[in-house]
Design a protein around this ligand. Structure first.
Ligand code: KG4
Ligand code: ZN
Length: 348
């Protein structure tokens, strides 16, 4: 099943061609540098950039895949969640293509894309992961951690999800971005903190692990840590390179400890056969290794996307999700035209 997938939910304009689980092409044009000055995504700028870039990205994705648009089985697009006016650009393009080339249109939930991204396969298999391990086993637990989501999701089967813990304020990626901003670093902050923290003592500053004293609470929360970080950063000014590194390592460590605590609780509460880890923060080597240890302790494998570009926003995961779960295939023109973006789309 050959799918052309589009994701414009945030600040990446991305188009991919997938064949079942195999990624034939996955082209994206990031706007991160454009939004860096705002320390986050500026919606109207994002919309305009998507509009300007989508045709080029689409052409590249088709060219790289060596698939003709006529030979596709379906078009898929992110319906939500995401920035309304940004989502709109991808959905419009998907509708236009579906109608023009008489293809079915599959709307996809962006979070489900991150969740199922662990099953994507590269075109040329280079032995980097075990195909056997990449078979889904149910029930499974997924951690999706990105700039907008921090969810632990219990998966009975593909399409049957229960969010068992979620953030009550900031998402993990968002917290890392804000922490980096306090230190005067760039955007997105997650990968910058990761680089700075490498090999640095993660305990030089004491920061409060979120909700550590409230064992019965099963929520993510980053606002308290953010406030504590702000105070410490202010007290350490003027910031030297050494202080910045120590603060980066301590902040990242504390933010991750919270994830470790909740993941351990989730794996004790729910007997699952696999732990899946997706979303932008799943690109982080340190957090991967901590989660790998936790899954080992529970005798289950940790599944992560095969490449970092499959962790952060991309259209390939949308194609894979459209293949694995497509209860809504829009076929006739009227149905396709009526598809609307859902900025706050929930799983299920
Ligand atoms: O999945 P994603 O690209 O977009 C959303 O759906 O939000 O995630 C973006 C987030 C940003 O907050 C970014 O700082 C974080 O993922 N991120 C990372 C790393 N790469 C991206 N966080 C920690 N370590 C990384 N290597
Ligand atoms: Zn995302």
């Amino acid at each position: 099943m050959k799918i052309l997938a589009i994701d414009t939910s945030c600040d990446e304009t991305s188009v991919a061609v997938t064949d079942k689980l195999t990624v034939l092409s996955n082209v994206l044009w990031s706007q991160a540098s454009m939004h860096a000055q705002f320390g986050g995504v500026y919606p109207s700028l994002a919309k305009r950039a998507h509009e300007e870039r989508i045709d080029w990205v689409l052409t590249q994705a088709l060219k790289k895949s060596k698939i003709k648009i006529e030979d596709l089985d379906a078009i898929a697009a992110t319906q939500g969640p995401g920035l309304a006016i940004a989502l709109e650009v991808g959905i419009q393009k998907a509708k236009e293509l579906a109608i023009k080339y008489n293809k079915q249109l599959i709307p996809v939930n962006h979070v489900e894309g991150h969740l199922l991204s662990v099953f994507a396969r590269p075109k040329i298999f280079n032995g980097q992961f075990s195909v056997i391990q990449k078979q889904p086993q149910f029930p499974a637990m997924a951690l999706v951690a990105s700039g907008k989501h921090t969810d632990l999701i219990y998966i009975e089967k593909v399409g049957k999800y229960k969010v068992v813990a979620s953030t009550i304020d900031d998402a993990l990626g968002e917290a890392l971005d804000k922490g980096a901003r306090m230190l005067g670093l760039g955007y997105p902050g997650g990968p910058i903190l990761e680089k700075l923290a490498k090999g640095i003592n993660p305990n030089s500053y004491k920061l409060p692990i979120p909700l550590a004293g409230q064992k019965e609470r099963f929520d993510f929360s980053y606002s308290g840590l953010k406030t504590a970080m702000y105070r410490v950063v202010e007290s350490q000014k003027p910031l030297t390179k050494e202080r910045i590194q120590n603060l980066a390592a301590s902040f990242q460590n504390t933010a991750f400890k919270h994830v470790e605590n909740l993941t351990k609780i989730a794996l004790s509460k729910y007997k699952v056969k696999q732990l899946w880890f997706g979303g932008g923060v799943s690109a982080n080597i340190e957090l991967r290794s901590r989660l790998r240890q936790i899954s080992k302790d529970h005798f289950i494998p940790l599944l992560i996307p095969y490449a970092k570009r499959l962790c952060t926003d991309n259209a390939a995961m949308i194609g894979v999700a459209a293949f694995l779960n497509n209860p809504k295939k829009l076929k006739n023109k009227k149905e396709i035209e009526n598809l609307e973006r859902v900025p706050r789309l929930k799983l299920n």
